[in-house]
Design a protein around this ligand. Structure first.
Ligand SMILES: Nc1ncnc2c1ncn2[C@@H]1O[C@H](COP(=O)(O)OP(=O)(O)OP(=O)(O)O)[C@@H](O)[C@H]1O
Ligand SMILES: [Mg+2]
Length: 163
């Protein structure tokens, strides 16, 4: 078995929107400038709820809402800036200037990033949210690059100690 490959994937079951937010909030605590998270999952899976938890964990005071129509929303009242994107309506052929955000010292979160594979940075943590039933979700992390692999290991450490 390719142990290294297996270690790069981490799964966690959450049983309510509040639990999703709390889990994302914990992740927010270990994020550093220029980290990029991609969020995948069906409509209504919980990508925006996850981002709200992340924002709360970063200490962002503003109300975070889905950027489906604006595509990009920026929040600057937290420990780090948050660039929240929803590229549901964008295709890979369009250049919406995403790369300008990746080195601005903030956290980039991209909902529906699978729509724009050509525009993703070299290193990002993919978060897949799968609906199990009305309130239960499976959250799967996959690291793409050394920085996200480090993040991934930090998440796993927390889980191992039961915190
Ligand atoms: N465990 C859970 N985690 C997250 N959301 C949950 C959970 N259980 C139920 N929900 C509900 O699922 C919905 C998730 O909506 P949300 O807007 O976050 O989805 P989304 O993945 O961002 O969808 P879209 O692709 O339309 O942007 C909310 O109504 C939320 O209350
Ligand atoms: Mg959303």
């Amino acid at each position: 078995m390719d142990f290294r490959k297996v270690r790069r994937m981490q799964q966690r079951i959450v049983r309510s929107p509040e639990e999703t937010m709390a889990f994302a909030g914990k992740l927010a605590g270990i994020l550093e400038p220029d980290d990029v998270l991609t969020l995948s999952g069906d409509l209504g899976a919980g990508k925006t709820v996850f981002t709200k938890g992340l924002a709360k964990g970063l200490g962002i005071q503003e109300m975070v809402s889905s950027p489906t129509f604006t595509i990009i929303k920026e929040y600057r009242s937290g420990r780090l800036p948050l660039y929240h994107m929803d590229v549901y309506r964008i295709s890979d052929e369009e250049d919406i200037g995403l790369e300008d955000y990746f080195d601005q010292g903030g956290i980039t979160v991209i909902e529906w990033a699978e729509n724009i594979p050509s525009w993703l940075p070299a290193d990002y943590l993919n978060v897949v949210i799968t609906r199990l039933d009305e309130k239960a979700r499976k959250i799967t992390f996959t690291a793409h690059g050394p920085r996200s692999e480090h993040l991934y290991r930090e998440i796993m450490k927390d889980e191992d100690t039961g915190n």
